[in-house]
Design a binder for this molecule. Structure first.
Ligand SMILES: C[S@@+](CC[C@H](N)C(=O)[O-])C[C@H]1O[C@@H](n2cnc3c(N)ncnc32)[C@H](O)[C@@H]1O
Length: 596
């Protein structure tokens, strides 16, 4: 049965119908409901009360569910809400006096808290969607119908926008242990802007100077994250705890920002839940737990919510560095520094159907199955992430047209010099024009990105940014032409084979793998980014790598791939690494001896 579009059980409707049948004024009805169930201000005004009475005296009204995407509406099921509350009571020994549920939805956390915590004196719930505020109140009545002797705290459910709610006035008034409990909306600001929704805090650029971009590259955030921070702002000086179900990315960002924000929160934990099972969504999410009003902590311990046992790992800040596994990091942190060489992203063209080619019958076939003859000069083999499976690669499945030697280069010369290529590109001109990214606007025809001198160096060491395999491939020229990488890959370019081979050996060492595992996050869109790779101090790695190990690895490469790499250039290589280190470069500019 539905009242105000909210579900109400027949039991609760029947009881209210009976209890209020002789009551005409809403203030008297409110007093009765506060006495019986602790819920304050049940009805907002007389009109609301009249409609309510009329509705519950009729039979059920079926209302269709509106689209609630912009509200990040994933209601916590009663079982999960209860096990979270039990976990907080049994494992964390929490026995709060005040519960704050900032976006209480249908009230499942409120009912769970009533069930589990016996000393609550006040519950405050806020919810933007009116039918849910009713449903929360009806659920509370249901709870008391089944548990008439249960503790009855004062409960107030506000129909309000959480972003406009004054939490600080509550924080000033409360006395006793507080528990901020719930599951804030799961929706990002960019999703909201695509829906043209204004369900955002006014200061929605709150991330602007936080260094957040360094982690996600997007400036995109979840409104659940903003609400979590609002709770810290309001209650970090109140004695108590927080238990919030949020996306893993929210927890990562909160811990990341903690270095700068220094909220008085400690013992931060992330307890992973199965969101497919609980919410039927494929988003990694967890229970975020922390203590309030404590000296700030900057790391977060990870556990599985369902298994009372083992600690998985800890992530967060160690000596000013943000890492995904503090234990692993402590072993390998000595190579955390600056890479002497510059990592580059591969070629970007955003037009695979035209620019990705395969050889067939001496011609080239594109993704639209069009076969064409093209001049070889501008054609290069190209490797995608899925091609980087071997330690040494010297051929490609795919080819591409490299229209420029560097970004922005004039392409008008192609027409005269390579008429077949020009004809092919020109035939697909409209598709080039339709490329969405703004990087292509006002650029020469058929422009590409991720191209420069480094692209044409014959030897490369490369890794896929997307895959979670911690292995680097040594790329050799194919038919005397350098192989290119696509923009899902990162590469270092070399003009001599030895330097490239030594680099690939260092990067594939156990210590590099351990270091990368310690600083990358499995749930990141790209496991490896330029920022991550630039942290590998190859010079330190090289100086600590035992000589006999290098020789052994070179022998393996030579024997497995029929190469002829020698160790003779190793000393020159280490010297180059030393001279190219940023600290050495600064010494050169400041007149100090880089060799000293
Ligand atoms: C993920 S659901 C969780 C609901 C409830 N906390 C639970 O655990 O079942 C998020 C809730 O936030 C509500 N909500 C979204 N935007 C809101 C806002 N600006 N102010 C208050 N509530 C909001 C939604 O209507 C929805 O009920």
């Amino acid at each position: 049965m539905k009242v105000f579009e909210a579900n109400i059980s027949h039991q609760a409707a029947g009881l209210l119908n009976e209890k209020l049948s002789l009551v005409t004024l809403f203030e008297i009805a409110n007093k009765k409901l506060a006495d019986d169930f602790g819920i304050l201000n049940f009805f907002g005004n007389q009109q609301e009360y009249d409609i309510f009475k009329e509705t519950i005296s009729c039979s059920s009204l079926i209302a269709s569910e509106p689209d609630r995407t912009e509200y990040g509406d994933f209601q916590t099921n009663s079982n999960l809400a209860k096990s979270v509350s039990q976990f907080l009571r049994n494992q964390k020994k929490i026995n709060p006096k005040i519960i704050i549920e900032p976006t209480c939805g249908k009230g499942n956390f409120i009912v769970a808290a009533l069930t589990v915590f016996q000393q609550i004196e006040t519950i405050i719930g806020i919810e933007i969607y009116k039918p849910y505020t009713w449903e929360s109140k009806f659920s509370i009545i249901d709870y008391y119908l089944s548990n008439p002797d249960s503790n009855k705290p004062k409960i107030e459910i506000f129909h309000n926008n959480v972003f406009e709610f004054d939490f600080s006035s509550i924080a000033d008034k409360i006395k006793g242990e507080i528990l901020v409990l719930g599951n804030p909306p799961w929706v990002t600001n960019s999703k909201l802007s695509s829906l043209d929704s204004d369900n955002l805090p006014q200061k929605s650029n709150f991330k602007k100077h936080s260094g957040f971009d360094a982690i996600t590259g997007k400036g995109n955030f979840d409104i659940g994250e903003y609400i979590t921070l609002m709770m810290f702002d309001a209650f970090q000086h109140s004695s108590g705890h927080m238990g919030f179900l949020v996306k893993n990315s929210v927890i990562k960002n909160i811990v990341y920002d903690q270095l700068q924000r220094k909220y008085k929160i400690s013992d931060i934990e992330k307890l992973t839940i199965d969101s497919k099972k609980e919410f039927n969504v494929s988003v990694e999410a967890s229970l975020l737990f922390c203590k309030l009003n404590k000296s700030p902590h900057y790391t977060c311990k990870e556990y599985n919510f369902y298994q009372s046992a083992p600690f998985i790992k800890e992530f967060g800040w160690v000596s000013g560095k943000f890492v995904s596994d503090t234990g692993l990091y402590r072993h390998s942190s000595y190579i955390d520094g600056d890479c002497p060489f510059e990592w580059r992203q591969g070629v970007k063209h955003d037009l695979a159907s035209v620019m990705e080619l395969e050889r067939s019958n001496g011609n080239f076939t594109n993704g639209r199955n069009q076969e064409t003859e093209l001049e070889e000069d501008l054609i290069f083999g190209i490797l995608k992430s899925s091609d980087l499976k071997q330690s040494v690669i010297s051929q490609s499945r795919k080819y591409t047209i490299i229209t420029q030697k560097k970004v922005g280069q004039d392409t008008s010369g192609i027409r005269q010099k390579y008429p077949k290529i020009y004809e092919y590109l020109n035939f697909h001109r409209e598709l080039f024009k339709q490329r969405k990214s703004s990087i292509y606007s006002n650029k020469p025809d058929f422009s590409i990105f991720g191209i420069g001198d480094y692209s044409f160096l014959p030897y490369k060491v490369a890794i896929s940014g997307l895959y979670k395999t911690f292995s680097f491939s040594l790329i050799l020229p194919a038919n005397n032409k350098p192989l290119m990488l696509d923009d899902t890959c990162y590469l270092l370019g070399f003009d001599n084979l030895e330097f490239a081979a030594y680099t690939s050996i260092l990067l594939n060492s156990d210590i590099t793998k351990e270091f990368l595992q310690a600083i990358t996050f499995a749930d990141a869109k790209r496991t490896f980014t330029k920022d991550i790779l630039m942290r590998i101090d190859l010079y330190k790695l090289a100086t600590l790598f035992p000589g006999q190990d290098i020789q052994k690895e070179i022998d393996t490469l030579n024997n497995t791939f029929n190469l002829n790499i020698s160790i003779n250039n190793w000393t020159a290589y280490v010297k180059t690494l030393k001279n190219k280190r940023p600290s050495a470069q600064m010494n050169i500019f400041s007149g100090k001896d880089a060799e000293s």
